[in-house]
Write a protein that binds this ligand. Sequence first.
Ligand SMILES: [Zn+2]
Length: 157
Amino acid sequence: MKSKKQYRFKTEAEFKAEFGEDWRWKIPYSFVEDMDHFLGTPYRNEMIPSPNGSWNASVRYEGWTIGLDMLTTRRLPKILADGTIAKVGMKVLWLQSIFQHTGIINRIYLEDKDVNNILIACTCGLCNGINTWNVNICDVKKYVKPIPVPSEECTTQ
Ligand SMILES: [Zn+2]
């Protein structure tokens, strides 16, 4: 017998990636803060909502109205410390032995729940671009180019 697809709620990062910053109100049936305990959790209901637009598309679930856009069958993505969904090829930064490294994500381990690591090819000057690091994903942030701060002019009194 074919096993049934396992649905789960999307994470906040997935909602943002799909619907933008106003995701709560852009999702059909909307996703209020009181529903946040559902984020990323398995959907335990026999009834799966129909695609949006079909008759009676939503489903009642633990007192809330759930639409299909809130659910996914994808495996839970790995989320970086700043809430970004980790993707191979993404430039990231992290602190390791007081040095701030930057690098490119080489591999994301999705199979093993206990292995919360990603493999990063270092591109920073410290490592000369030849090292790869196995880093806990909770310590890694997406690299954002620093905004140059105009240096304060010397004030003479
Ligand atoms: Zn490095």
